[in-house]
Write a protein of this length. Structure first.
Length: 199
């Protein structure tokens, strides 16, 4: 008696999955894998035994730290000011600014939002202002320097202007130095006045 083999229909057969991964010969990486390694930042060896060039890391530019008042007054790029503010401006320089602009330390401490005893203690211990106070001091010093030039280099005339009512501002300029927007308004008013535009 002969036995017959029962064949399964084609639809019942399970297809074997085919590997789609690229084959790689021993010791000879494929171009695809080279690209992957390159994107991952790993060095691969090219033909001839040469190592692929690594991307150059940009070096951090150096900046001149603030040690005296003139360092605040000299022109700088914005990225330099970022580093200066992050590092902090020495508190003792506030006293030097007071002498230059004929202003009391109490007034400058008020602009910085600090108490005079705190400022004196920081200056005595040669500490630096925090980032916020350093930024305020930098901006206010540059505005005061412009006001000093507008006043012909006379600190008394500059303070007379700062403490007088300016119609273009609707108040005294000294009242605006404690805020960023206020300093920008005073600076813009000085620019117009120095160009001969009043009101």
């Amino acid at each position: 008696m002969s036995t017959s083999t029962v064949r399964q229909p084609k639809s019942a057969r399970k297809p074997q999955p085919r590997s789609t991964a690229p084959t790689e010969a021993p010791g000879k990486p494929t171009r695809f894998n080279e690209l992957l390694r390159g994107l991952a930042g790993t060095a691969t060896r090219k033909e001839g035994g040469r190592r692929a060039e690594q991307p150059k890391v940009p070096t951090r530019r150096r900046f001149t730290p603030v040690t005296v008042l003139d360092d605040v007054l000299r022109p700088r790029e914005k990225i330099d000011w970022v580093h200066v503010v992050q590092q902090g401006i020495p508190a003792r320089i506030v006293g030097d600014a007071g002498k230059r602009f004929g202003m009391s330390k109490e007034r400058l401490a008020l602009v910085l939002g600090m108490a005079k005893p705190t400022l004196n203690e920081m200056a005595r211990k040669d500490r630096v202002l925090d980032a916020k106070s350093s930024d305020v001091f930098k901006d206010a010093t540059l505005v005061l320097e412009k006001a000093l030039r507008f006043s012909g280099g006379d600190p008394a005339a500059m303070n007379a202007w700062l403490n007088s009512h300016v119609p273009a501002l609707g108040c005294r300029p000294i009242e605006l130095l404690g805020s960023k927007d206020g300093r920008e308004l005073v600076d813009a008013t000085l620019e117009r006045a120095m160009a001969g535009v009043f009101g």
